[in-house]
Design a protein around this ligand. Structure first.
Ligand code: PDD
Length: 276
């Protein structure tokens, strides 16, 4: 693979970041994962908007503008001949002697790589999730690279023989480990947590809620409990890598009849269709 690092496209084993990089020492950086379908970037504008928003949250701004970022993404996709997969982008505050204070006048580190995936053609199997306490910090709206709590939650799910975990705080679901979480009530209303500092504003979330509105589906943006989710008609997650994926079991309890629901199926189809 070719990767991008600080202005150059190089073979992956030639790309090196300093041990003093603040991304490494302090998780002082942010990232984006953009899906690629048929060689095309999905929801790219939303990813750039959120990247800038995350950087602002950490007191940084990007040296590269929208057009430059789009160009880099396209060049990397084309160099790697990527048809389906993701582009990963990470910006850190850069390299500086270890000090908690932000350094001044330091160049940011920007890296990008691609990963091939075959998500759109995979038959969607409903996911079984466990619930775990949300151990993350309180600015989850910033997409930082500090992902240990999410890794721990995914490992707990794996050890329990399940696919993923939903994170719970004060009795309410915040989101999935790397996705936004939704339920569909028995009257067909889509419920997903309202945006705040408690969750990441998903790019897929924005697109799917827009599509749901176009489909005249009812949407209620509010926190929901785990119990509500277990008794819901449908449950699902959204992310750049899962698109729209059904959840069929929560803490060992089947959601409805334990099969992927109709509304989630329809939203997945429309979303993938629109993203091609
Ligand atoms: N994760 N919430 C969290 C905590 C996430 O990490 C993600 C995405 C989302 C969904 O956001 P989007 O729809 O913009 O992908 C919600 C990416 C895919 C990852 O870490 O790999």
């Amino acid at each position: 693979r070719t990767v991008y690092i600080n202005g150059s496209f190089v073979p992956e084993d030639e790309a090196k970041v300093s041990v003093f990089d603040r991304g490494f020492l302090f998780a002082d950086g942010v990232y984006e994962v953009t899906a690629v379908l048929d060689g095309r970037l999905v929801d790219f504008d939303s990813h750039v908007d959120r990247l800038n928003r995350s950087l602002t949250g950490l007191g940084m701004t990007m040296d590269l503008n929208y057009a430059a970022l789009l160009d880099l993404h396209r060049r990397l996709v084309s160099r790697n001949g990527l048809r389906e997969g993701v582009v990963y982008l990470q910006v850190t505050r850069g390299e500086a002697d270890r000090d908690f204070h932000y350094p001044v006048g330091v160049a940011q580190t920007l890296v990008m790589f691609t990963q091939e995936k075959h998500f759109s053609t995979e038959t969607v199997k409903g996911l079984s999730v466990i619930s775990v306490p949300d151990l993350r910090w309180q600015r989850r709206d910033i997409k930082t690279v500090q992902l240990l709590a999410a890794s721990m939650a995914k490992m707990a799910a794996k050890e329990a023989g399940k696919d993923d975990a939903w994170l719970v705080e004060d009795g309410h679901v915040t989101e999935g480990t790397s996705s936004n979480a939704y339920i569909v009530t028995n009257d067909g209303t889509i419920v997903t947590r309202n945006l705040s500092t408690s969750i990441l504003p998903g790019t897929t979330r924005a697109a799917v809620l827009r599509l749901a509105t176009e489909q005249q589906l009812k949407i209620d943006e509010r926190p929901f409990t785990l119990q509500e989710a277990q008794q819901a008609a449908e449950a699902f997650i959204t992310s750049a890598t899962a698109f729209v994926t059904p959840v069929v079991e929560i803490d060992g309890m089947a959601v409805a009849d334990g099969r992927p629901g109709q509304i989630v199926g329809r939203l997945r189809e429309i979303y993938i269709e629109e993203s091609r």
